[in-house]
Design a protein around this ligand. Structure first.
Ligand code: KIV
Ligand code: ZN
Length: 519
């Protein structure tokens, strides 16, 4: 049984999180998130699934090359080709890890149609193969919490004997409960020969809303690695949220005496960045990172808070990186004030980047009396780039109680200006119709989401638009004090991303028909 009280944080935002339909990130966004995770003190970054596509492979390789402190891990199925490709990508890291998995529960065994013995042999062979390439190998029996107890013990033992250094126990479908989660890890550590020589990890999904509780319970049972994602991003109801387990261990260290290396003051920044690039907005009342997590609106609460913060707060906003009382900037604020404020928010920008943001800041300050920290973050994270093929030049929308609404739009498409006038059922519909008229496409709108960056009628609106074309999905974002302009820019941003994806697209790797020993 592991005795150290240090819990390793394994972040899988870029793999399990990104796997969530619609959460696809661009290459540069993945590099940026990996850098933020590394700086925050994450022990292991699961950077992707290298065999899944050339894009995934390139991202994992690049993240491995750029890694500073974190171990860089790639995922691979239980076949030699996957494992080799994974190694090719992670081997550049200062500290590489191969993660290989296979579904061991009755339902998952039925997919490759393997008997228990055949699967056991495959586990032995593939873990051995991985270990011959890399000293650091993680093995996962997918759907472990629904795998027969005896068989789970048998395959965990085989993986340990074959050289796995971390055994991850996934609750793939979010089925377990805290008491069971602790008990499962405890019993595995007690019963499986060799268990003392490896680290046990917990990997929980949130289908029943118990991922955080299950992960913490697994630690009580002896797990010393928690697998999680920023904002709990992940398929279906998501994965365990990194910010929740880390803050729970910090705030309730009296009853859970475990430590992590996470610099919790970096949580808010990375949470917002992941929300922006994934297009998955954080719910307002989400623990730790939700907009309302530290807001005390009601009179009784405010009174109590003024007398003593601890009346209604179990942690300080500063602990997760929310600036205390921060004065907003205004239209008279200069470049130096902007630079100082951005530095306070954790942005160390080059002069040309600062100049660019200063122009946007002045434009915003002309339209909005007070520019708050959140407004500045939205400005820094504007998504448009000089390489975009489609750009919005101007938009004028006429609204009225007697529809239809009309949008007059000028766009630049591959360097040439084009214009049109389109009508629609509401200003946003008219605007999207104008874009479609100027740039006909077959992409389908999957999601349109608006949220206010700050309070007040002059607040900026952040708009997320998710589009789908032939199975490729892209999310675009934009922020503006004018919701319709933000909507147009977000829609165009999503189209630009789809175009990049279309140019880079390649068929996914098909596991069917591939022998696991094919190299
Ligand atoms: O949920 C799961 O089982 C996984 C495995 C690949 C570890 O993500
Ligand atoms: Zn998972």
């Amino acid at each position: 049984m592991t005795t150290s009280n240090e819990v390793l944080i394994f972040d899988t935002t870029l793999r399990d999180g990104e796997q969530s339909p619609g959460a696809t990130m661009t290459h540069n966004e993945k590099l940026e998130i990996a850098e933020l995770l590394d700086e925050m003190g994450v022990d292991i970054i699961e950077a992707g699934f290298p065999i899944a596509s050339e894009g995934d492979f390139q991202a994992v390789s690049e993240i491995a090359k750029l890694s500073k402190s974190a171990t860089i891990c790639g995922l691979s199925r239980a076949n030699y080709k996957d494992i080799d490709r994974c190694w090719e990508a992670v081997k550049h890291a200062r500290s590489p890890r191969i993660h290989t998995f296979i579904g061991t529960s009755p339902l998952h065994r039925a997919i490759p149609n393997l008997t228990m013995d055949e699967m056991a042999e495959r586990i032995h062979d593939t873990v051995t193969h991985a270990r011959n390439l890399c000293d650091n190998v993680q093995w996962s029996p997918m759907d472990a919490t629904r795998t027969e107890w005896d068989y789970l013990c048998r395959v965990v033992e085989i993986a340990i004997k074959a050289g796995a250094t971390t055994i991850n126990i996934p609750d793939t479908v979010g089925y377990t409960a805290p008491v069971e989660s602790a008990d499962l890890i405890r019993r595995l550590i007690t019963n499986v020969p060799g268990a003392d020589d490896v680290i046990f990890a917990t990997h929980c999904h949130n289908d029943l809303g118990m991922a955080t509780a299950n992960s913490l319970a697994a630690v009580e049972g002896g797990a010393r690695q928690i697998e999680c994602t920023i904002n709990g991003l992940g398929e279906r109801a998501g994965n365990t949220a990194l910010e929740e387990v880390v803050m729970a261990l910090k705030v309730r260290n009296d009853i859970m005496p475990y430590t992590t290396k996470i610099d919790t003051r970096k949580i808010i920044n990375i949470s917002r960045r992941v929300a922006t690039v994934s297009g998955f907005a954080v719910q307002y009342n989400k623990a730790i990172v939700g907009k309302n997590a530290f807001a005390h609106e009601s009179g009784i609460h405010q009174d109590g808070m003024l007398k003593n913060r601890e009346t209604f707060e179990v942690m300080k906003p500063e602990d997760v990186g929310l600036a205390g009382t921060s004065l907003p900037l205004g239209k008279h604020s200069g470049r130096a004030a902007l630079r100082a404020k951005l530095a306070e928010l954790g942005f160390d920008l080059a002069d040309n980047q600062l100049n660019d943001i200063f122009v946007r800041f002045k434009d915003l300050a002309d339209r909005k009396k007070e520019v708050f920290d959140d407004d500045l973050m939205a400005l820094v994270y504007q998504n448009d780039s000089a390489e975009d093929r489609l750009k919005l030049k101007s938009l004028r929308v006429v609204c009225g109680t007697q529809g239809p609404q009309t949008a007059d739009m000028v766009m630049e498409i591959d360097g040439a200006d084009v214009e049109t006038s389109a009508t629609g059922d509401g200003p946003v519909d008219a605007t999207f119709n104008a874009v479609k008229a100027l740039f006909p496409h077959g992409a389908r709108l999957q999601l349109y989401q608006v949220s206010a960056v700050t309070e007040g009628t002059d607040a900026q609106a952040t708009v997320s638009v998710r589009m789908e074309e032939d199975g490729r999905i892209a999310t675009g974002q934009s922020a503006d004090t004018d919701t319709v302009v933000a909507s147009a820019k977000a829609y165009i941003n999503a189209l630009n991303r789809l175009l990049v994806r279309r140019e880079q697209s390649e068929p996914g790797y098909d596991v069917k028909g591939v022998s696991y020993k094919d190299t």
